[in-house]
Design a protein around this ligand. Structure first.
Ligand SMILES: N[C@@H](CCC(=O)N[C@@H](CS)C(=O)NCC(=O)O)C(=O)O
Length: 205
């Protein structure tokens, strides 16, 4: 397998697929695409990825982009620990979280880009809209995360990593986050598969 990721290793979507491949202990190669130089728009890559985005996974003669489509594909074809809950409604809930984290909370994503997490970038205080997004993030997490659990759905799943990354946009910037949610995010961040991504050697921005 071959995984295309961004040159700075800051894409939360590339990270999600990378973590899954690590969790499955699947051997894979990784190549970087320089988005700043529009390498993703070069004809060969564009034709391969279909959407001109990273991450893109190549599996033999099959290429796929869109991170949650990739992780669902890997869940179906690879043996090893499950990436999603097995019970259909809980699995649907995990997919709902992944879709929501990729489509909502725009102000948090804009004002606390992942450079905050991986490069120590410092931004301005959160706008009112970002504060409203943060309140929504906390409410959704509180609704799903029971106080005695370290994971959203009992056992670990890939949505835990996606959620921890969203919380870490705030936590690692020093924005106010309820302690039990910060503790959940810290626990998720300690996973060795996550640490392998965190510790990638990054070029200067
Ligand atoms: N929903 C997509 C988002 C992927 C995405 O936005 N990738 C960005 C980098 S983080 C990208 O490739 N941007 C280049 C572009 O869209 O031209 C996923 O989950 O994979």
């Amino acid at each position: 397998m071959l995984l295309y990721v961004d040159t700075q290793y800051t894409s939360p979507y590339a990270m999600s697929v990378f973590v899954v491949l690590q969790e499955k202990t699947t051997p894979f190669l990784m190549e970087t695409v320089d988005l700043g130089n529009s390498e993703n728009k070069e004809p060969e890559y564009a034709a391969t990825s279909l959407t001109q985005r990273i991450p893109t996974l190549i599996h033999n003669d099959f290429a796929l982009s869109e991170s949650s489509a990739i992780t669902e594909y890997l869940h179906e074809i690879l043996s090893g620990p499950p990436l999603y809950p097995l019970e259909p409604r809980t699995r649907a809930r995990a997919r709902q979280m992944q879709a929501w984290l990729r489509s909502d909370l725009v102000s948090i994503r804009q004002e606390r880009p992942t450079e905050v997490i991986f490069y120590g970038h410092v931004g301005k205080p959160l706008s009112e809209q970002a504060q409203a997004d943060a309140a929504k993030l906390f409410a959704v997490t509180n609704a799903l995360l029971s106080s005695e659990s370290e994971n959203l759905f009992g056992s670990w799943c890939i949505a835990d990593v996606d959620l921890a990354l969203m919380l870490n946009r705030l936590i690692m910037h020093g924005d106010s986050v309820p302690e039990h949610l910060a503790s959940y995010a810290r626990h998720q961040w300690e996973r060795s598969s996550v640490q392998l991504w965190v510790n990638q050697e990054r070029p200067p921005l």
